[in-house]
Ligand binder design. Structure first.
Ligand SMILES: CC(C)(COP(=O)(O)OP(=O)(O)OC[C@H]1O[C@@H](n2cnc3c(N)ncnc32)[C@H](O)[C@@H]1OP(=O)(O)O)[C@@H](O)C(=O)NCCC(=O)NCCS
Length: 178
């Protein structure tokens, strides 16, 4: 699978993406609000093996430099609903890449996969992610208090976090993106 925007190619992962993938998935800034801790090189290798051939995990590659600067993933939930997630290498943030990739992926999920609704969950405090979803015209649906615990403290106690949940319906997309 391959999608193209002005500056990016969204495509399946390849084994040779390991160095680029490791560069951003091993970083504290990527993992800060995510469900995972920074990945080791071995974990990156295992993930890439799982992602190869899986259209739900797309490498975000810069057309000009042929460098993978991010990951865009989505999963199908019930009732024609999809959940999305995204990570961009910190060195390449705030240049509109997630917006550009997101717009293309939304179009793909709504029209090729025929989704009715797309959702995204964000840890409270992740301003960049909230801004991105708002830019992509997602609607804030809820603020969940002590929603989940992705990580543990030094005493092995769960660290409960508050979350924001966003959604965008196909009907809204068709109105908003005209
Ligand atoms: C969230 C993330 C994907 C955004 O990627 P990005 O390529 O920087 O996003 P864009 O450049 O397309 O910016 C989208 C909007 O967010 C804003 N934004 C991005 N980073 C921001 C920040 N740190 N603080 C405030 N606003 C920010 C941009 O200004 C832009 O809004 P604007 O055009 O109205 O100014 C990136 O910061 C990231 O990977 N973070 C770490 C991993 C993560 O938390 N993933 C999401 C889990 S839910």
């Amino acid at each position: 699978m391959k999608l193209e925007t002005k500056r990016l190619i969204l495509r399946n992962f390849k084994e040779t993406d390991l160095n680029d993938f490791f560069e951003f998935m091993s970083s504290e800034s990527t993992a800060k609000y995510e469900v995972f801790e920074p990945y080791s090189r071995d974990e990156c290798q295992q993930k890439i093996k799982k992602f190869i051939g899986n259209d739900n995990y797309l490498a975000i590659e810069l057309i000009d430099e042929h460098k993978v600067i991010g990951l865009f993933n989505f999963s199908e939930e019930s009732y024609n609903s999809y959940e999305i997630g995204f990570d961009i290498n910190e060195k390449y943030t705030r240049q509109g890449y997630a917006t550009e990739a997101g717009e293309k992926v939304l179009e793909y999920i709504f029209f090729k996969l025929n989704a009715r609704r797309i959702t995204a969950g964000v840890t409270e405090g992740n301003i960049a992610s909230c801004k991105l979803l708002e830019k992509l015209k997602f609607r804030l649906e809820g603020h969940f208090i002590e929603d989940v615990a992705f990580k543990k403290d030094i005493y092995d106690n769960p660290i409960y976090i508050n979350s924001y949940y966003y959604a965008l319906l196909k009907t809204e997309y068709e109105k908003n993106y005209k």
